[in-house]
Design a protein around this ligand. Structure first.
Ligand code: GLU
Ligand code: ZN
Length: 314
């Protein structure tokens, strides 16, 4: 029998698992595709797996867009392992994780309305975007009264995580050492839908994800997600946040910005090979024609870190 360590080395004790997790609300645009391409290349360069997940708990998601997004990825030459996970099929798994946090006394009801929350957001001494824990320590009588008030308006409470943190440090592979906010964030909305931060952590753990590559607009979620991984006993992935694609106004690219999807660009005579060339040069590399070529020449440490403004052809 081979010694244990040799067996581990021979079989590869660590396989990187990368993922891409789009919301199926339409065709993928150049910003989505650029992020997916980088995440895919990083996974494949290391001989790792690349898995997909459709974040479709939000009401704007539509089933037909799943196939459309898969076709978009395939058209660029991005492949994936196994069947994509579909969050709307996983509700009982989320209920179980939520019940574990509840049983540990880590969940409390929040009765704040959207308007109250926006007033709170502008209050002094609260870090921007942080929930200051207004509903954390209400008495049972106060809770009963607030619950009744809400019920009279046909609403229910949201559920928040009881954190005893304010911030946590972490390292991003692109943007370096960071400190991120950890407040009592929402686990479940008042309409019963589990929150993005909660399901993202539960699913990254479930899918065995070891590396998350996504747009830098989500850097502010990392500390909260790392903290929740700790509570649920899972190992947080490593974090690779990548620059955004912007429209002419300097805002994050969106579908309404014109010809920004593969189909729309195709109709204006820009084919997939040209799009790959455009994406690779936008990141500071020679224009390639295939995803495989991109994978061969892409180096994270040499990637351009500035956001990229894209002017769609008319
Ligand atoms: N579903 C999110 C999006 O489409 C991505 C979330 C993530 O990668 O953690 O922007
Ligand atoms: Zn509240």
């Amino acid at each position: 029998m081979k010694p244990f360590l040799l067996t581990l080395l021979a079989e590869g004790s660590f396989t990187l698992v990368g993922r891409y997790a789009p919301s199926p609300t339409g065709a993928l645009h150049l910003g989505n595709l650029r992020t997916a391409l980088i995440g895919w290349a990083l996974a494949r360069q290391s001989g790792g797996r690349f898995v997909l997940r459709f974040e479709d708990l939000d009401a704007r998601s539509r089933e037909p867009f799943r196939d459309l997004q898969l076709a978009d990825l395939a058209a660029l030459g991005i492949d994936w392992d196994g069947d994509p996970l579909v969050q709307s099929n996983c509700r009982s798994r989320y209920e179980q994780a939520f019940a574990r946090l509840e049983a540990a006394g880590l969940v409390y009801e929040c009765y704040c309305s959207r308007r109250e929350l926006s007033q709170i957001a502008s209050a002094p001494h609260t870090p921007p975007g942080a929930y200051p824990g207004y509903c954390r320590s209400l008495s049972p009588t106060e809770r009963a009264r607030k619950r009744e008030e809400l019920a009279a308006k046909g609403r229910g409470p949201a559920f928040r995580l009881r954190t005893n943190q304010q911030s946590l440090p972490f390292i991003d592979a692109v943007y370096g050492p960071q400190t991120g906010l950890v407040d009592d964030f929402v686990l479940r909305r008042s309409d019963g839908v589990f929150s993005y931060n909660f399901v993202c952590v539960v699913d990254d753990a479930y899918q065995g994800v070891t590396q998350v590559c996504r747009g830098r607009d989500l850097l502010s979620s990392v500390a909260r997600q790392n903290y929740l991984h700790q509570l649920l006993g899972s190992t947080p992935p490593s974090w690779v946040h990548v620059p955004l694609v912007l429209n002419q106004k300097g805002e994050r690219l969106a579908k309404r910005d014109g010809a920004v999807t593969l189909t729309e660009l195709g109709q204006r005579g820009v084919n997939s090979a040209e799009i790959l060339g455009l994406l690779s040069s936008s990141l500071g590399f020679a224009p390639v024609k295939t995803a495989r070529q991109f994978c061969q020449q892409f180096e994270l440490s040499k990637m351009r870190r500035e956001d990229w403004r894209f002017l769609p052809p008319r």
